[in-house]
Design a protein around this ligand. Structure first.
Ligand code: SAH
Length: 388
């Protein structure tokens, strides 16, 4: 249970995706002791007793508390619902598998982090000989039921546990499939789990799906949002809360960016070959040059990733960039301390260093160096960020 804490919140942690905030329109008088429909709140113990009765009779009384979900958010179906409904993501995997049955026919597949078992089901349907679906959260119990309900239990074996700790019943697998990507590609560090599985079980000429991932950078105009999310802290109901502004600046914001906000070209920072790379390759420094395509202000740099499946008949994959159809990964916005005034053709040059945090390997530390010497603006600065 504790171990799974590391996987918590990869996709749910979306800073803009809090679905539990009540609609405040219903709460005109915050001090009143009224319920939403304006009837006084009952203080009777009968209500409590009947709640307990109802709870006891529920078929899914599984003893999990909100604390369990806090430490292991992948155990709750909500996060899987969000991923499954991300059509760009799930349809791409489905198309890759169904349109390339030759890859799967009679092959042994390992699904790293199976969740609901969706990728395992796709593989089984595409003709895999056997699929091992490994999942460390309690969702593994559901995956087992789902696989049974769909008649695939002879082809798919669900193993509940961490990849790093389970005993796989076979010495080798032909294919490793996984949807491991986190925000900013590397947040949550599940890539290491895939590399671990690859090095332990993948046959010599085996394949990893997807096998390429790339990180990209661009620059945007974002005055309104920077004002709302960052400068807001300078004056809150007349008080100076700028110490929080400093923290807000340190945390990249996961959000969707409108393509009209893009001011420069998009620069490729890094390509990772999942079939060959080592865990160390996920920490790197990459130079960039962003050339302005119009006169504008720049408030932030924006990072996003693409993944591809190069072993298919034809190249397949998807992009999480602002010019592509939105995914649940959105984009990652890094606000700049200075507002840059840039003219068409001028360049922001610099480098981005990305490293796993030493204390908590799920977190990503980012160092950004940038330099602009333009007609209206000269800046040279280093900024630090932390994805957590
Ligand atoms: N394959 C599913 C779920 C992807 S999310 C889908 O495509 O819908 C990633 C899943 O990997 C989560 O359910 C998480 O609990 C699981 N996971 C993360 N790290 C793991 C590890 N080390 N061992 C086993 N499962 C892991």
């Amino acid at each position: 249970m504790f171990e799974c804490q590391k996987e918590m919140g990869r996709k749910k942690n979306s800073k803009h995706h809090v679905s539990v905030i009540p609609n405040n329109d219903n709460f005109e008088n915050p001090d009143s002791n009224m319920s939403v429909d304006n009837k006084p709140v009952e203080e009777s113990s009968n209500l409590y007793d009947s709640m307990v009765e109802i709870q006891d009779s529920l078929p899914f009384n599984d003893d999990k508390t909100s604390a369990d979900y806090y430490f292991d958010s992948y155990s709750h179906f909500g996060i899987h619902e969000e991923m499954l409904k991300d059509v760009v993501r799930t349809k791409t995997y489905q198309n890759v598998i169904y349109q390339n049955r030759f890859l799967f026919k009679d092959k042994i597949v390992l699904d790293v982090g199976a969740g609901t078992g969706i990728l395992s089901l796709f593989c089984a349907k595409a003709g895999a000989k056997h699929v091992y679906a490994v999942e460390c959260s309690h969702m593994a119990d559901m995956a087992k039921k789902i696989i049974e309900a769909n008649g695939f239990s002879t082809v798919i074996t669900v193993l509940k546990g961490k990849i790093e700790e389970i005993d796989l019943p076979v010495p080798q697998v032909d294919i490793i499939i996984s949807e491991w990507m986190g925000y900013f590609l590397l947040y949550e560090n599940m890539l290491n789990t895939v590399l671990y599985a690859r090095d332990k079980w993948l046959v010599e000429d085996g394949i990893v799906l997807p096998d390429k991932a790339s990180l990209h950078l661009t620059a945007i105009e974002d005055a309104d949002y920077k004002e709302d999310k960052i400068e807001f802290w300078n004056n809150v109901y007349g008080f100076d809360m700028s110490c929080i502004r400093k923290q807000a600046m340190l945390e990249p914001l996961v959000d969707t960016v409108d393509q009209n906000q893009i001011v420069t070209n998009c620069q490729l920072l890094k390509i990772m070959d999942i079939s060959k790379m080592t865990p160390g390759d996920a920490s790197f420094t990459a130079p960039f040059k962003l050339v302005a395509e119009r006169n504008d202000y720049i408030h932030a740099l924006v990072a996003y990733f693409d993944v591809s499946f190069t072993k298919c008949h034809k190249l397949m994959g998807f992009s999480t960039g602002p010019r592509s159809r939105a995914t649940h990964w959105k984009q990652t916005v890094l606000y700049l301390e200075d507002v840059l005034t840039i003219c068409e053709g001028e360049e922001i040059v610099g480098s981005m260093t990305i490293a796993q945090n030493k204390k908590n390997p799920r977190d990503v530390d980012i160092m950004l160096k940038y330099f602009l010497s333009g007609r209206h603006c000269s800046v040279s600065r280093t900024q630090y960020y932390k994805m957590r």
